[in-house]
Design a protein around this ligand. Sequence first.
Ligand code: ZN
Length: 277
Amino acid sequence: MMKKITLAVLFSIALFSLSKHALAFPENSLRPGGLGVISVLPSNQAKPYVSYNASPVALVKGQQNWLAVVGIPLSAKSGSHQITIKDKSGKVTKKRFNVKTHQYKTQRLTIKNKNKVNPNKKSTKRIEKEYLLKQKLKKTFSPTAPKMNFIKPVTGRDSGRFGLKRILNGQKRNPHSGMDIAAPQGRKIKAAESGRVLFVGDFFFTGKVVYLDHGNGLLSLYAHLSKIHVKQGQQVKRGEVIARVGKTGRVTGAHLHWSVYLNGNSIDPSLFITQNK
Ligand SMILES: [Zn+2]
């Protein structure tokens, strides 16, 4: 039975790969920090409800099937994972997929501002508050169909890939949850995709930030900004200038930190760039 399910999933992934370019989907990558595109039901049936680790999952109506686009957390263990599918009649089925191991590299950085590495009491209070807000923002799930045809938001040198194990001033920190693009202060940053401005703010670590909501739990975050050109609640189009590169928050120099969230997990943004690759 297990084998049958796995084969079915593999078959649907293979089928999907063939049509990927026509549909402009993100790259299927079953690893921690990656994503799975899994067909769940024929698309002539009513839209189901799909969840993974108790969170709702983005759904796209393909030509043949409803496709679940599942974000896999960086902390995921390799092996068998499952999504839960609830159809309109309330019938629940499970579908399994296999997460592969992936070795992310280590990056050592030196931060001059020591309070950004070992924050004092006052900063710690602020960080805790911001952490809770960030957790809440990440879990946003709006009902609109996800827009997934991303462009790279700024031109510049790749200065820190997604998933790097980080050592700051010799101390181990959380892995890198986004993509760093080094660019001069003031360079225009474009919206990776159309969406709604979910949040605009200024955080201790990430500095000035913009969060965009692209629908169905797909979000993008732009951090360390010098200037912000958009307001919360505003609709933006793909390619529209939303902010400028800066060095606010914890940085070694001017760059854009770009994160992409899917069903509450930060996912490798490079998987979403279907153009200019
Ligand atoms: Zn970064």
